[in-house]
Design a protein around this ligand. Structure first.
Ligand code: AMP
Length: 118
């Protein structure tokens, strides 16, 4: 649960309370298309647990899950693009984080430098 005890938007997607274009799911990770894509391929790769608010907490708390998330990103980039990708973890509001349930932005296709500033 997040600080206000409301499930995050991503937990609601996992529960199918909110619709999403899900492209991958296993027991620990879900991936779906970002609703506001910033690149030809823009997926969110998300641990199902919302125990970790950001990648720093995930790395400290469950490094194996972080490694699985990166491997999943590679698999999805292979399946949906040319296997090359940018993985972005916005960490903190001033870095653009709006959902405090750790997630990776998987960006692929023809990326401009500006995409870094997602
Ligand atoms: P961040 O700003 O790094 O926290 O990323 C949150 C991302 O979630 C943004 O890129 C949003 O476009 C995306 N997003 C928010 N709600 C949804 C939704 N219902 N389905 C898909 N993507 C969403």
């Amino acid at each position: 649960m997040s600080a206000n005890d409301e499930p995050s938007i991503f937990t609601r997607i996992v529960a199918r309370e909110v619709p999403a274009d899900v492209v991958f799911e296993n027991d620990r990770i879900i991936a779906f298309r970002d609703i506001a894509p910033k690149a030809p391929l823009h997926l969110l790769v998300v641990p199902k647990t919302e125990a970790y608010r950001n990648v720093t907490e995930l790395a400290a708390g469950d490094p194996a899950l972080l490694a699985e998330l990166v491997a999943t990103a590679q698999q999805l980039a292979d399946e949906h693009s040319d296997g090359e990708f940018r993985l972005v973890f916005n960490t903190g509001p001033s870095a653009g984080q709006t959902v405090f349930h750790v997630h990776a932005h998987l960006l692929g296709g023809q990326l401009s430098e500006g995409t870094l500033g997602h």
